[in-house]
Design a binder for this molecule. Structure first.
Ligand code: ADP
Length: 329
């Protein structure tokens, strides 16, 4: 495999007619990094990925891979490879010929390309299926073939568009682990588009949260989850309360909200318990407060069951100053 290098977007913009789908974004994807582009539908994730892949023209700005400006290069010449959401396998040719396809396009002879395709099938643990047709495979197996097919070009960056969304929840978690392991083993960069917060948190070395064609926040999963910088990120990443606290807008994690039956810290923040949800390792309380609206508190199951609280009870809320994160307007 090739040496991994940085991939950089410089004021990269995509317009479709009068719609600006991606608005002059700047970002450096580190070498050998697993990055997730995360955001709601329509925020510009796929357009960004397709511009990196060369499947979509860049309206303005540049895309650099290492020392090379790849903005206007055709897809096969830029050192990237794309794995599509629906895998896009050719239905009438065998698994091994699917994997070998781009080598065939390059004029590599049959023996050499099959040898290489076998190596790739081994990498994704699909050696026993080389002679099958795609529709004789399960969804997870098709995905492995699609991965092998993308990787045979030895890309510096593998681009994945919602790669797990066609799988059932059990398989999704299994393949998630395999993608991460593969990226680590190959030592190349993966850029993975998803609208799933859990997926991004579990997989990424860096999460890039997009909204309305711009990057809202980029950083390590833990810093995004712990310290969202905007209301959008706090709400989108989930598990947070967004509170207007004496004119200051703050985000506070649901599991950092202390709930007590007496007002121990004189916080003077009473709340009434509206709903209680048992989630296994934690219990979620929905709380109505006169001053702060509805809030969610997540208590560890032990804490809750040691001294259970009932619906309708009045409780008091407090939090540590360091757990309150100021949000930009
Ligand atoms: P995401 O992947 O985050 O769902 P997209 O990049 O697909 O977002 O889309 C961003 C915006 O660009 C949306 O408003 C979408 O409707 C628009 N868009 C995407 N593709 C096209 C296209 N081929 N023609 C016109 N508008 C498009």
């Amino acid at each position: 495999m090739k040496k991994s290098v940085d991939l950089e977007l410089v004021a990269t913009t995509k317009r479709y007619g009068t719609t600006t789908a991606v608005d002059a974004i700047d970002h450096k994807f580190g070498a050998a990094t697993y990055s997730c582009l995360l955001g709601p539908s329509g925020c510009g994730k796929s357009s960004t990925l397709r511009m990196i892949a060369g499947h979509e023209y860049v309206s303005e700005g540049d895309i650099l891979l290492g020392d090379e400006n790849i903005t206007d290069l055709p897809p096969a010449k830029r050192g990237t490879a794309m794995m599509f959401q629906n895998y896009a396998l050719f239905p009438h040719i065998s698994v091994i010929d699917n994997v070998a396809f781009s080598l065939r396009m390059q004029g590599v002879n049959r023996e050499a390309r099959h040898r290489r395709a076998k190596d790739l099938l081994e990498l994704v643990d699909m050696s026993d299926f080389a002679d099958r047709l795609p529709d004789q495979l399960s969804g997870g197996q098709q995905q492995r073939v699609a991965l092998a097919r993308a990787l045979i070009t030895e890309p510096t960056v593998l681009l994945l568009d919602e790669p797990l969304s066609a799988l059932d929840p059990f398989l999704r978690i299994k393949m998630r682990l395999e993608l991460k392991r593969l990226q680590r083993e190959l030592g190349i960069s993966f850029v993975h588009v998803t609208h799933s917060q859990d997926e991004a948190l579990a997989l990424a070395d860096e999460i890039i949260v997009m909204n309305g064609g711009v990057i809202e926040q980029a950083g390590a999963p833990r810093s995004i989850f712990n310290a969202p910088r905007t209301e959008f990120v706090a709400r989108f990443i989930g598990g947070h309360n967004v509170i207007d606290d004496a004119g200051k807008q703050i985000a506070i994690r649901a599991d950092k909200l202390a709930v007590t039956k007496e007002d121990l810290s004189n916080s003077e923040r009473p709340a009434s318990v509206r709903d209680i949800e048992y989630l296994g390792s934690s219990v979620n309380l929905t709380l109505s407060t006169p001053a702060l609206g509805d809030l969610t508190a997540a208590l560890p199951d032990q804490t809750f069951f040691n001294d259970p609280i009932e619906i309708g009870a009045t409780v008091f809320l407090s939090w540590k100053a360091e757990d309150a994160h100021n949000l930009a307007a």
